[in-house]
Write a new protein. Structure first.
Length: 240
């Protein structure tokens, strides 16, 4: 019963997101950023299964970007097997960055920027019009608090963002799915865990905000819903 409830919540959130924000349309070619973590694995599985349904008709492929100087231990063999079982082609790209070239930016920003750069390049080369990222509802809530605390404004990552300089739209189909449900689903499905070896993983504002959010949720179990409602205006997210 618990498993069915979790599956229903995830699927309901996924479907509600792509209907509310028009994330998927006929003829889309979607490239999924597959890090190997639970969020991207869940996202790829949901999109692959949705692509098998008649409407809307869209194609799905995945990209896994390896960073030479940041060790995230994810098995290429496991990712290829995971993708093969879903009938999804996988592209593996290797790149790197030098944190000493721009000391104004945190290494996490530089790593993320370089990963995105590889995704954008492949998407344009192969004619994808959408890139799907595995950010879940908790990520969006944490981002809103980071913007409030450190930027003095209230807003979050958009569920759908059309790029200005290229014919690509970023979508976040898990934006209405709670991380706790994804974690439980990963256990149910037996996802292979990604081993994080990044030296910068525990020294970011996002980590601090995540801890603060968890503490606040203990005081108010409805915090998630209150904050989400505050982020939605006229049916749309207040974007950063």
């Amino acid at each position: 019963m618990i498993n069915k409830q979790i599956l229903k919540r995830i699927n309901d959130g996924f479907v509600k997101a792509f209907v509310t924000y028009r994330l998927l349309e006929d003829g889309d070619k979607v490239l999924v950023g597959l890090s190997g973590g639970k969020d991207s694995l869940c996202l790829l599985e949901l999109l692959a299964k949705r692509a098998a349904i008649a409407h809307p008709r869209f194609e799905v492929e995945a990209i896994h970007v390896r960073m030479e100087n940041i060790s995230y231990e994810t098995s290429d063999e496991y990712l290829r097997k995971f993708c093969d079982e879903l009938g999804v082609p996988l592209h593996v790209v290797t790149t790197s960055f030098d944190a000493s070239t721009d000391t104004r930016k945190h290494p996490c920003f530089l790593c993320s920027w370089n990963r995105r750069k590889q995704m954008f390049q492949l998407a344009q080369q192969l004619g994808f019009n959408k890139i799907a990222l595995g950010h879940h509802q908790d990520d969006l809530l944490h981002t809103s608090l980071m913007n409030l605390f450190y930027q003095g404004r209230f807003g979050t990552m958009p569920a759908r963002l059309k790029m200005r300089k290229m014919p690509i739209t970023i979508i976040r189909p898990l934006c209405m799915v709670a991380e706790a449900d994804i974690s439980r689903y990963a256990e149910i499905r037996g996802y292979e865990k990604q081993i994080k070896c990044c030296p910068y993983d525990k020294v970011t504002h996002r980590t601090e905000i995540r801890q603060l959010f968890e503490q606040a949720e203990q005081m108010n179990g409805e915090l998630r819903y209150s904050l989400w409602n505050a982020l939605v205006r006229d049916g749309k997210l207040i974007e950063e």
